[in-house]
Write a protein that binds this ligand. Structure first.
Ligand SMILES: [Zn+2]
Length: 219
């Protein structure tokens, strides 16, 4: 608990810095757009085509989340992606898929990694998934759920760590995200989060090591 309080105390400064940096980036993009012709919105990338069933990670199976659980966007053009947020489902893989398909749930992640290492994608990375409980962090991050329970160390299998690390390595390579604990964070570390996942049994040292070993790979 002491460590958690320290973390909370440390957050405002770091967060303020990050918001400042993001504001500069947004300002630059706005200037660039106004400097272009009034048809800037027709430029490639302003409206990305969506292919039904397409995934961003090779080998992932596509199961669409309810559109009520995310917001359509054109990331990384409209929002810079610089965070990966690690979650734990607190239930079975099947129940996570089911609630993400439920428009009443109001939340979903881009990916769910099953205990056996199978990866399901439910929201495209270009869209903003409602998973972090913080609008700014939703806009800047990709969210990955892991099947299991925060209090059950046996939830986190070798196959799950390996598959998730490959997925995160690809995401980091795609958007130029540094592979470190500032950019790959737990839901618990999102400012204002009232969730504790992934919890004390999630082996961060091992995970970061695996992500580094798996990348950089471009898709
Ligand atoms: Zn979570």
């Amino acid at each position: 608990m002491g460590a958690k309080k320290q973390e909370a105390n440390r957050r405002p400064g770091r967060r303020a810095l990050l918001i400042g940096a993001a504001a500069v980036v947004v300002g630059g993009a706005a200037l660039e757009r106004s400097g272009l012709s009034r048809l800037w919105w027709r430029l490639p990338g302003a409206q990305k085509p969506r292919v039904e069933g397409a995934v961003d990670f090779g080998g992932a199976r596509w199961v669409a989340a309810s559109p009520a659980n995310y917001r359509g966007a054109d990331r990384p053009d409209d929002y810079r992606i610089d965070r990966v947020v690690i979650h734990v489902t607190q239930g079975s893989f099947a129940s996570a898929v089911k609630v993400f398909q439920d428009p009443a749930h109001g939340a979903a992640t881009h990916y769910i990694v099953r205990k056996d290492g199978h990866v399901t994608q439910m929201i495209r990375e270009l869209d903003v998934a409602f998973h972090a409980g913080n609008r700014g962090y939703n806009e800047r991050s990709v969210g990955i759920e892991h099947e299991g329970f925060v209090d059950d160390a046996s939830s986190f299998t070798d196959a799950m760590y390996a598959a998730s690390a490959r997925l995160t390595a690809r995401i980091c390579a795609r958007y130029g995200i540094p592979v470190d604990r500032e950019h790959i964070i737990g839901h618990v570390e999102v400012p204002g989060a009232d969730h504790t996942d992934p919890g004390r049994h999630w082996d961060w040292d091992r995970y970061i090591r695996l992500v580094r070993a798996a990348g950089p790979t471009r898709t």
